[in-house]
Design a protein around this ligand. Structure first.
Ligand code: FAD
Length: 392
């Protein structure tokens, strides 16, 4: 595992940082404050980022992707996260959905969704969680029952990133309620739902953070989905979902590294210019303690993320390492953004003079919930270490 990134990746990281500082950082603050971006604003940003490798990094070459390493993807998420965390959530959720279609879909699926998705021309969403089941995936109520050449879908999905605007979604649903009741790893399929052929009902759920993103409460009432849109059959659905989760977790942690890095940089710059009692506050030992703590948390998370990514690149089992990076992120990102606000004093709590710490603080709270809560992931780690299941 590299403690220093390979030269080529370091150069790429520098180039990304320069681009973000020039093109994304200046617009993030104002746009995020206004709430969910419009469909065309999202597509415009996708198109801006695709030439740098975003979205394409996730996808295999046959659909126009770059198939880059997980380490490189992590560095990319870190740099975008340093600029605008909400955009990482929107963009990488889309990229992950398109990746699943590109890797597991048929030739027709790839042509119809993975190719335009890789070019950033459409928006994707991943429809898994339900009002009755977030952590507890034995409680899915959404069903997709085959009827002739269509599945008939009924149910509700909740907290679905991008669903308000998405052109395409991957929907996880129970197709064999009996098999699912006997074993929740069975009887579940994934369907590709295309908004044009199967329009779903959706409203936005406002969140405390990631305000420029949109989050759907999605309702399906006798929605017809063509049977050829089956992505994962009842034996594969659960397995493939788990596979996707592994990377999504590291990705959120990588975005956290970027947010923490931004908090650290902002705090150092502010502490050097803010004067109290006749000298810059950076000269006070207790302010330096805040800054040192932030730097250590950021570095620890970065190392956890790089380790988990490198293990994935080598094909080595790394569920514990993935979970550790996400758990640490969920707690450390809140700690670091809170400390940054402390360095700024009252200016950390407001956007009035253009400071942005409050955004990083609001966004950081999301990290302990999406893609497996901190508690659930600690239980996964505990189960591997002790061999004892403590979920129920
Ligand atoms: C920013 C964000 C983006 C998201 N994007 C998507 C998306 O695109 N698609 C999608 O399908 N979903 C998405 N989600 C939903 C997310 O996956 C769920 O919120 C998550 O799985 C937790 O489910 P829940 O919110 O229902 O909480 P619950 O499962 O109800 O948990 C509530 C609390 O109970 C704890 N808990 C539950 N069970 C146990 C247990 N056995 N032992 C100990 N503690 C337990 C949890 O840790 C938590 O603290 C997103 C969520 C967020 C915050």
């Amino acid at each position: 595992m590299p403690f220093v990134l390979p030269d080529e990746l370091q150069q790429k990281q520098l180039a990304l940082r320069e681009f973000m500082d020039a093109e994304i950082v200046p617009i993030a603050e104002e746009k995020d404050r206004k709430g969910p971006l419009s469909y065309s604003e999202n597509i415009e940003l996708f198109k801006k980022l695709v030439p740098l490798g975003y979205i394409r990094a996730f996808n295999p070459k046959d659909v126009g992707g770059l198939d880059t390493t997980y380490l490189e993807r992590a560095v990319m998420a870190e740099e975008l996260g340093r600029a605008w965390g909400a955009l990482v959530v929107t963009l990488d959720t889309h990229a992950g959905v398109i990746e699943m279609i590109a890797r597991f879909g048929t030739k027709e699926h790839k042509k119809k969704w993975a190719e335009p998705g890789t070019r950033g021309e459409i928006i994707g969403s991943d429809m898994v969680s339900e009002p009755s089941g977030g952590s507890d995936q034995t409680q899915f109520k959404t069903t997709a029952i085959l009827n002739g050449d269509h599945y008939i879908v009924n149910g509700t999905k909740m907290w679905v990133t991008n669903a308000v605007q998405a052109d395409v979604g991957i929907l996880t649903a129970v197709t064999d309620p009996e098999a699912y009741a006997a074993d929740p790893r069975k009887g579940v399929i994934s369907l590709i739902v295309d908004r044009k052929e199967s329009p779903w009902k959706v409203r936005d759920i406002p969140f405390v953070g990631c305000r420029s993103g949109n989050t759907g409460y999605v309702e399906f009432e006798n929605l017809k989905v063509p049977k050829e849109n089956l992505l994962h059959n009842a034996d594969e659905g659960y397995k493939h979902q788990l596979l996707a989760r592994t990377w999504f977790r590291i990705n959120i942690a990588a975005m956290g590294v970027g947010g923490m890095q931004a908090c650290l940089e902002e705090s150092i710059a502010y502490a050097k210019k803010r004067v109290a009692f006749g000298k810059p506050i950076a000269g006070f030992q207790l302010v330096q303690e805040l800054i040192s703590d932030m730097a250590m948390d950021t570095d620890i998370l970065r190392l956890l993320v790089y380790r988990a990514s490198c293990l994935l690149d080598k094909g080595i089992r790394s569920d514990i390492e993935q979970a550790m990076s996400k758990v640490f992120c969920g707690e450390a990102a809140v700690r670091v953004s809170h400390k940054a606000i402390q360095v700024f004093g009252a200016r950390g709590l407001t956007t009035d003079e253009g400071y942005k710490l409050e955004r990083f603080y609001r966004d950081s709270i999301m990290g302990g919930i999406g893609e497996g809560t901190t508690q659930i992931l600690k239980l996964l780690i505990g189960r591997r270490l002790t061999g004892i299941q403590a979920f129920i």
